[in-house]
Design a protein around this ligand. Structure first.
Ligand code: UD2
Length: 312
């Protein structure tokens, strides 16, 4: 019987959490519908019990939660432009799926659910850094959907006593992030293109900034959230990030050095639903979890480029 369930286990963040749990010798079950997750991401996770299933089906949620103590809920359609193109699909796979999972977790006697929130919930307000006590201001369907999931977490903690912890991730990147879709994260796309000697496109003037967060920091925060005392963390939401930001233009120039790409970037129209600047205050996760970043942006980017270069 698995102690841990990871949803989205064939996706970038889910597979990284599952790998860390397995490395500790834990028993892990993973579920993924393989819409954006990939079977190839399961290589190295052979000791995980894997269900190819969809959280939009309540029965599959019930099967996945059976006997589990802690759930890491990473499954989502994670993309702002994808949600602009298909808001109903994003709602189904982010909101309905999350609600189904919570109902199943409650019914199965799961103790704690840890949820992958998104920095997009803060929206385009000018105040930086973003603190958890700021009012949310989602500007894309994706941001609305991820925020709705957060609110369901809180409600299930209040109403049913399920322990829930929301980690608001800020632009996560690293090995296993899919670089092949135009809905992929910018660093994955840029690494792939620039290593192949192909020109990347910057949407807008490139002066938008992000608190890019290397995957190991996110895995670390999740493991801390699983072990933190309930009285401290249950029903809480906190940022998980690096606490520093870099513009896309600067990022492009760091990547030029790392990849040896010697061309320029192309510039395209700004993307609809995009946020200008994003930077986290990470004090609350420090206080509640003892979290601090373990890998900085440049080191993370170096490891990421090495991983894409190795063709893994
Ligand atoms: C949002 C969330 C992030 C996460 C993610 C999931 C914010 C601040 N962040 O990331 O926490 O939930 O959604 O997908 O809301 N871009 C280019 N060229 C490309 C691709 C992207 O210039 O080929 C730009 C894009 O217009 C944006 C920036 O790069 O300004 C980052 O885009 P992204 O899709 O990597 O992530 P973002 O910020 O939408």
């Amino acid at each position: 019987m698995a102690k841990y369930l990871v949803t989205g286990a064939a996706g970038f963040i889910g597979r990284s959490i599952a790998a860390a749990l397995l490395k500790r010798g834990e028993s892990v079950r993973g579920i993924d519908n393989l819409i954006t997750g990939k079977r190839s991401n399961l290589v190295g996770l052979e000791s995980m019990e894997f269900i190819e299933g969809d959280l939009t089906d309540p029965r599959q949620c019930a099967d996945a939660c059976e006997g589990v103590e802690i759930v890491f809920h990473e499954a989502a359609l994670a993309s702002v432009p994808r949600s602009v193109a298909d808001p109903a699909g994003t709602n189904l796979h982010c909101v309905t799926a999350t609600l189904n999972l919570l109902v199943a977790a409650r019914d199965a006697g799961v103790r704690r659910v840890i949820y992958a929130g998104s920095s997009s919930a803060y929206g385009d307000t000018p105040t930086l850094p973003k603190r958890e006590d700021m009012l949310p201001n989602p500007i894309s369907p994706y941001a609305v959907a991820k925020l709705a999931g957060e609110q369901y977490m809180r409600a299930f903690a209040r109403v049913y006593g399920l322990e829930t912890v929301v980690l608001r991730y800020f632009n996560v990147f690293g090995p296993f992030q899919d670089p092949t879709s135009h809905y992929s994260g910018v660093l994955a796309i840029f690494c792939r293109r620039m290593l192949a000697g192909e020109q990347p496109t910057i949407y807008g003037d490139g002066e938008q900034s992000r608190d890019f967060t290397y995957i190991d920091n996110v895995v670390h925060a999740n493991l801390l959230a699983a072990n933190a005392p309930a009285e401290k963390v249950s029903g809480q939401m906190m940022n998980v990030a690096t606490g520093s930001r870099i513009t896309l233009n600067e990022t492009f120039s760091v990547l030029r050095d790392l990849t040896a790409y010697d061309g320029d970037a192309a510039f395209g129209q700004p993307r609809s639903g995009d946020i200008r600047d994003s930077l986290a205050d990470i004090a609350l996760a420090g206080e509640l979890l003892g979290y601090k970043p373990i890998v900085n942006f440049k080191e993370g980017l170096r490891r990421t480029v090495d991983w894409y270069r190795s063709g893994s």
